[in-house]
Structures are given as structure tokens and as C-alpha cells.
Write a protein that binds this ligand. Sequence first.
Ligand code: AMP
Ligand code: ZN
Length: 490
Amino acid sequence: MKLYNSLTREREEFITHEEGKCTMYTCGPTVYHFAHIGNLRSYIMEDILEKYLNYSGIHVKRCMNITDVGHLTSDADTGEDKMLKGAKREHKSVMEIAKYYTDAFFKDCEKLNIKKPEIVVPATSCIDDFIEMVEVLINKGFAYTAGGNVYFDTSKLDDYYVFNRHDAENLEVGVREGVEEDTSKKNKTDFVLWFTKSKFDDQELKWESPWGLGYPGWHIECSSISLKYLGEYLDIHCGGIDNAFPHHTNEIAQSEAYLGHKWCSHWFHVLHLNTSSGKMSKSSGEFLTVSLLEEKGYDPLVYRLFCLQSHYRKSLVFSWEGLDGAKTAFNKLISKISSLNFEDKSVPDEVKMNELRDKFKQGLDNDLLTSLAITALYDVLKSDLCDAGKVSLIEEFDSVLSLDLIKKAKELKEQNKQASSVSSSGFVITGPSAADPDSDEVKKITDIIMKRYEAKKAKDYALADTLRQTLTDMGITIKDSKEGVTWTKD
Ligand code: AMP
Ligand code: ZN
């Protein structure tokens, strides 16, 4: 498999330290608020990578931290702790906020079919490990104390800007974003490993340390957790592109200074999802969450497909029109699959199966070109393979794509069957000619009308009335006739 490596800035053959095994580290969410769908774009693409490696016979051991302390409002060392800011906003304790938004994050992941990593570690559970790592860095001469804090001394490194697109000029931006420059630092690029002094002294969670009561810097968390759970040689590290600098750059500095050798060989960065007006935000503009998508009537998996239609290394602009396009494509795909015969017991032609499988692999082997993997699905449907073969291949591809294709197609088939059984008993539902029978809205209306029909048949008039009211509330007017029901929309 060829995969772009941000460290070498090249597409490389992805080789792991141990054959058939891969260690993968993912920067987890900062749990001070809901994740926005931009954050989730990164996790969807990382999920595809993990599942595709597993599909290719490589067992992935994946670890993710939960950032519940130390991530300041500026990714540099200025500003308030995001967790504390969240707690103040909601008049709760930091730990309450952390629990609530960690659960919310994994609920969103579940809705998007993002697998929970094998190992999930809240930063606050590893304070002793961070302290040990900082002590070693001080002993090795890579860290110093100043003004009450412990800093990493970047001047001790030959090459600090490992992701070389980031230069000193870019760093200025980080400094400008912050409140003011930290005068205790020896070098502008030095960063905090342990805080005991900060402008925001109301930090709620503090721990005893050799340098006084304080709390860890954000970067040390990921280095230490990764080393603890995945060992000294990491195969791949993932995150959104904003993490490349300073977070990942600092992780490399600390980990390699601590170990005395190269740490992680491959860096996988997902480009951002933006809005038409720019950066995705949790505080200004429309806060785009999975719940908002659901409220607006979108299946979260439509958003997953939206992400898979484009390449992870291209920034993506979110628009409702774009999401509508993905919704139409998703419904068409499910509808096509639903017309297959799931009971077919023919023996598929293995040669043809392999040809189609190769197309799917070619896409993903080529720096995770998910759009080609989706095209491979259509190729299966268009092929002259027997239905048993088509169903089996779609199921196989979906072990990576995770769009619930077969499950949803079977549900649709069942719904259609029910609809025809109702109409065969003489009950006909007629909607406006422009209504798309495959759309979620029309399916929902038909479903409620059928339920009302069943309720009336069972003489449950109260339920029938409630269902009529539900339709009225949706802006749907129904007219009973001898043949069935005709509905219109206001
Ligand atoms: P955070 O919760 O801020 O620590 O971020 C969680 C993950 O989302 C990190 O991997 C970030 O790099 C990533 N991320 C942040 N913003 C975006 C975005 N607009 N698009 C894609 N990924 C993002
Ligand atoms: Zn991290």
C-alpha cells in the first residue's frame, strides 16, 4: 500500500516494523465541547485507514488519548485551558464536562460507524507517566525549569521543524494568536512540559510534582501515552493537519529526545473540512454537529459517504447542497443494492470476483483513494456477476467503508415488500407526482400512512388519529378514498 508520509512528503510503501502488525496512535478529542463534523472527518478517514489495514491482513493495535487537561486555547502555550473554559461555560466541574463530552464523542462515532480504538486513555489517568518522562528529559539536558514551569529546550535539537513546510514565519502566527509571548522561554520555539505558573491560576485540576503543584502540557500527553501503550517504535501517527505544528512537531522532539532514537516512521494527516466562510468553529457561525445533521433529516452515514467521496489530503468545503448530493447518491446506492436477490445461492465466478476486488484495492492502495473504492462498488453492481457474488463483495467492501449497505438495502426491500402487500390488499397510497419514492421523507410519510391503515383495521382509532396528527404536523394533508389514501404537502 502506498501512503503519503508528511514526514518525508512522499507517497511511500507503507511498511510496519513487525510484519502483519501495525501500531497506530491517534490524537483524541479535547473533550470540552461536542465534536464538530470537521473533527469527525479526521476520525472517519483514520477509521478507513485502520479498517483497510485490517482488511489487508495487518492487525492494527490502535491507541487514542482523550485530552481532558492541558490543551490551551492557543495551540502554543498561551491562553486558558480549554477544559476549564468549557466547565465555566456550563457551570460544571472539569471532570463532569470531560465525562459528558467523551460519551458524546463516542456516541457520534457510533452513528458514523467509526470503530472505537482498542485502547482509549484519558490524559488525567497517566499523570505519573508524564512526570517520569519530564524527569528523564531534564536529566538528559533537554528540558529546563524557568519561572515555575518546565520547558523543552528546542535549541538542543538538530532539526526541530521536521514537517518542513512549517518555518519560523508560520510560528509567528501562533504567537500572534496567543495573549503574549512567554518571557521565561530561552527560545521562541520552546514549549511547556509541566505548568506550575500560568496566568490562569484557577486551573481546577492540579497534581503534586517535583516542580510543584501543577499540570501537564498538552504535547507530553500524546508522547507518553503512545510510548506506554504502543512501545518505542510507532508505525503510524494520525491527526488533523492543524496538529502537525506545533503539536506533532513537539511530540517528535520529546519522544526522540527521551528514547535517543527515531520514534514514529509514518505521519498521516487529514486536511481540514471548512465552511464556505472559512475555518470550522465551535463558537461562532453554525456549529455543525452530528446531532444537527440528524435534526435536519440526514442519516449520519450520508456524511460519512460525503467524506469518502473526496480525498483525505484535499481540504473539503462543507455545504448543505454538497451533503444533499451525497444523500441522493447514498439512497440510489441502497436502492440498487435492494434490488439484488439476497437469497441467491449460485456459486460466484472467482475470477470475476478477484477482478472487481482488485479495483477496490487499487483505489485504497493508492494513498487511500476512497472515491475509487466507491466506484468499485458501482462496478460490482454493473457487472454480470451473479447476485450471490455481488452481495458477498459488497459486504466485503463494506467491512472497510462501513456504510451499512446490506443492512439498509434489506430494510428497504422489506419496506417495499410491505408496501406492495398493502397495495395488493387493495390499499393504494398516492402522493404528488414529483415526490421521489426513494427519498427518506416520502418513505417516512408512506410508513406513517400504512401504520394508520393498520391501526384502523385493528380498530385502534386513537392511534390512527395520532398518526394523522403526526402527518398534519409534518405539513402533510391526507384524503381517504375507496382505494386508499392520497397525500399532499402544504
Ligand atoms: P481537538 O478536539 O481540537 O483536539 O481536535 C480533534 C481532531 O480534529 C484533531 O485531530 C484535529 O487535528 C482535527 N481537526 C480539527 N479541526 C478540523 C477540521 N476543520 N477538519 C478536519 N479535522 C479537524
Ligand atoms: Zn496528540
